[in-house]
Design a protein around this ligand. Sequence first.
Ligand SMILES: [Zn+2]
Length: 108
Amino acid sequence: MKFTCPSCNDLVRDFVLRPKKESYKWYELSSTALFCPYCGAELEMERKSERWALLVLPLFVYLPLTLVLPLDNPAVLATKYLVWPLALLGMLMLYLKRRIVVVDPPSS
Ligand SMILES: [Zn+2]
């Protein structure tokens, strides 16, 4: 899969994952970020597109219920016909709507 870098418009096969800083103080947690291998811009997945993942949450409530309730219970039927399709829609839209945005443009 190829992405277009929003900073330099090059087609990038794999973004580089590396630490955000050279060194950390003892009280800081280390963190990594995505970088473009060509222009060095710091990138991240757009937060707005991650909201589609919320559609998966009802599954965590209803799926345990289907294990303890009888099969003809309305909650089990709702899981089958409503909660599963919503979760699948959420995962599909999360995949389709993902966008990469520039956090820190390269210094030149
Ligand atoms: Zn780039």
